[in-house]
Design a protein around this ligand. Structure first.
Ligand code: ADP
Ligand code: MG
Length: 702
């Protein structure tokens, strides 16, 4: 009997391989595995048997409902529950779940973002079972629900979700990487998959206080707020001792995640007060994408259970770090070779160097697109702001690989720098072996031993976008490589020539220095690297000729699908800034300004009553405060009136690019103008009068 909690709960709520092996007839299990391994179409008879086994298993675990669980373009997951009840009999309940119900669902597609692909009158949409990601049980107040991971597309077959392009991109990488592996003599490699490990940052705040902040409720971030007396300047939160209340949250979170087979591994306090991180062990890209969606959802649920709220916004508080997600990415063969593992002598590892070269070229050629894939309205507050990677895409390779790149370019590749032993100067400490390369925390795209860590992502985003973009970019380069090398008479010479030529051409994207420095911005410009300043400015790169050509060639997204995503991006940007502006108008008009008037009036009353009681009394303190507060109050009122006017103007702009740019260039500055006097007032107004919890209360009283 297992007595460790991990052993007790791990995978308990997953219809995983073990369960299938136990529940399915042997021959069915075998052909099911074959379908999975070879990526073949699923036989209906097999689907029926799997559906039956899945239902039996779910019922044993108390499930009453099932749902096709999917990831529409909203960025959150969607589900519509159906009970297992069938109309077969009137006298007693009959519970059914057929292969057809497992494979296909038909949610109304018209109420999900489609960027113009679906009109309301043509509402049909389909969900299709992604049998490579295991079904699982969700336990909540609704009871137990069987969740079937699915992809979501329109009646005419266009992808309406974040999963379909990811699955397509994984096939694209696999196809091209297998070709390359053949050239290196690895005929046994049939499939290559992408492995992804996303590190997730988040904030926890007290729920009672959260509920008093309409900005947090409606937009996920504070739209007002003066800095607390203490921020993150002492570096005492990072890796600090975890408070009891937070520890209790983490314990529950881990258990819930383990039940779902999510490999929750690392937990620690992050840099900002009230900020934390959870990192799982990596898994295949589509599974880790599903898992990361569940992680975010479960974090919110467990936080509520502990009287807290989990904030996943990229920048909940001004003045302290915001949250991101680090997407660790690699490609691995079905025979277990990590294609980004340099091995002991990288300079002799041509296969590794070729895949590395492909990544370098892909990132350099599609830097703007990669930047876009990690962008959302919230992340505009981070990228390029010295707490997160710069908006300029560059690659950190580290000393060892950079040295190799230089050798390749100069035409004399003969050695690899090695790590040495680390002497701590203390005899009782063990001798440590140093890695050949130090870390660099300021690079957006860093090589970290046997994988790349893409660090630009916003914390609330689905990781699907960056991964299908990365996969497609790399697949496209690998296709060119394979085309060229398959034709070569002398493979060894051709591959070395290809590596040298490509690395020389794309070396400019490699940068090992401080990505936060101003010198780098100037240097990057000199090198001709793009510096796309904002999300809105990055959106057009999703449908340039170059991008369309690449996505279409790899069969990942069509021009129509890409253009619809452009429209959705503009729309979601405009909508989210509009919500922020409206939340500010609401708070300023109904909470801040009335409270400040109350305070100013109390000052005036004090001056009046003191002077009438004692005409010679000194009331300069009250009068000065009164004058200062009244003047700031007038600025706040002016800012409010202006923001109301400008938000109304924004609504009249043409939807799409024009409107989004108006929100960025006109509405956001107007929001800042309203915020400034109110934040200043927060520092001087009697706290008894202040209508909402302050930064100090939100960040330090958790
Ligand atoms: P950090 O120092 O940045 O916290 P770690 O080395 O602890 O990084 O790993 C961070 C993440 O990278 C983890 O989720 C880990 O599982 C993942 N990871 C490790 N190896 C790979 C790989 N080959 N492919 C993808 N992700 C990986
Ligand atoms: Mg990291």
């Amino acid at each position: 009997m297992e007595n460790n909690v991990i052993e007790q709960v791990y995978g308990k709520n997953v219809f995983n391989d073990d369960v299938m092996q136990a529940k399915l007839p042997k021959d069915v299990y075998k052909s099911w595995k074959k379908t999975l391994e070879n990526g073949e179409d699923l036989d209906v008879d097999i689907a029926n048997v799997v559906a039956h086994a899945m239902k039996e298993w779910a019922l044993e675990h108390g499930a009453t409902h099932y749902t096709h669980w999917f990831q529409p373009m909203t960025g959150v997951t969607a589900e519509k529950h159906d009970s297992f009840l069938s109309p077969a009999s009137e006298s007693r309940p009959v519970l059914q779940f057929s292969g057809k119900e497992l494979i296909k669902g038909e949610p109304d597609a018209s109420s999900f973002p489609s960027g113009g692909i679906r009109a309301t009158f043509e509402a049909r949409g389909y969900t299709a079972w992604d049998c490579t990601s295991p079904a699982f049980l969700k336990e909540d107040a609704a009871g137990v629900t069987l969740c079937i991971p699915t992809a979501f597309c329109s009646y005419t077959g266009e992808a309406l979700d974040k999963k379909t392009p990811l699955l397509r991109s994984m096939e694209a990488v696999s196809k091209q990487a297998v070709r390359i592996m053949k050239l290196f003599g690895y005929d046994d490699v049939k499939k290559v998959s992408c492995s992804v490990g996303p590190e997730q940052e988040y904030f926890l705040v007290d729920r009672e206080k959260f509920l008093q902040r309409r900005d947090l409720i409606f937009s996920g971030r504070t739209l007002f707020g003066a800095p607390a007396p203490k921020g993150q300047e002492l570096d005492d939160h990072y890796f600090g001792t975890i408070k009891e209340r937070i520890a209790a949250f983490m314990k529950d979170l881990n258990e819930e995640l383990w039940k779902l087979g999510i490999l929750a591994k690392t937990q620690h306090n992050e840099v900002a007060p009230a900020q934390h991180e959870m990192a799982p062990i990596f898994s295949t890209a589509n599974i880790s994408t599903d898992h990361n969606q569940l992680v975010m959802e479960i974090m919110k649920k467990i936080a509520n259970r502990h009287g807290m709220e989990c904030l996943l916004h990229e920048k909940p508080f001004a003045g302290v770090n915001g949250s991101g997600k680090h997407n660790n990415w690699s490609i691995v063969t079905d025979t277990g070779i990590n294609l980004l593992d340099p091995g002991k002598k990288p300079h002799e590892n041509t296969k590794f160097l070729l895949f590395l070269t492909a990544v370098i070229k892909a990132v350099d050629e599609h830097a703007e697109l990669l930047r876009l894939s990690a962008s959302n309205p919230g992340n505009d507050h981070r990228l390029g702001a010295n707490e997160a990677p710069p908006a300029i895409i560059s690659i950190f390779l580290g000393e060892q690989l950079e040295d190799i790149i230089e050798q390749i370019v100069s035409g004399h590749l003969s050695s690899s720098i090695h790590g040495s032993n680390l002497d701590t100067g203390v005899h009782v400490l063990p001798v440590l072996h140093k890695d050949a390369t130090d870390r660099n925390r300021t690079s957006p795209f860093a090589f970290t031993g046997n994988k790349f860590e893409f660090r630009m992502l916003g914390s609330s985003m689905s990781i699907s976008g960056v991964n299908f973009t990365l996969n497609t970019m790399v697949a496209d380069v690998l296709q060119d490589f394979a085309d060229e090398l398959e034709k070569a008479d002398d493979f060894d010479t051709a591959v070395k020539d290809l590596i040298k030529r490509t690395v020389t051409e794309h070396q400019k994207v490699i940068f090992n220095g401080d990505g936060y420095s101003d010198e780098w911005v100037a240097e990057a410009e000199k090198r001709g690297l793009p510096n796309v300043k904002s999300f809105v400015e990055a959106i057009p790169y999703l449908a340039t000729d170059k991008t369309v050509k690449m996505f279409e060639r790899q069969g990942v997204l069509t021009k129509v699908e890409l253009e619809s995503r452009v429209a959705m991006n503009y729309e979601s940007y405009s909508k989210s800034i509009n919500i922020e502006a409206k939340a500010m108008i609401d708070m300023a008009g109904k909470q801040y300004i009335p409270s400040i008037i109350g305070y100013v009036t109390s000052l005036a009353d004090s001056v009046n009553s003191i002077t009438s009681a004692c005409p010679s009394a000194d009331v300069t303190v009250q009068t000065e405060l009164l004058t200062k507060c009244s003047s700031l109050l007038a600025s706040a009122q002016k800012g409010l009136t202006n923001l109301e006017k400008i938000t109304a103007e924004a609504a009249d702009k043409e939807e799409g690019k024009e409107q989004a740019l108006f929100f960025k260039d006109v509405v956001i500055p107007a929001m800042n103008e309203l915020r400034a006097p109110i934040d200043e007032l927060e520092m001087i107004v009697d706290e008894e009068f202040w209508p909402v919890p302050t930064y100090a209360e939100l960040l330090f009283e958790v």
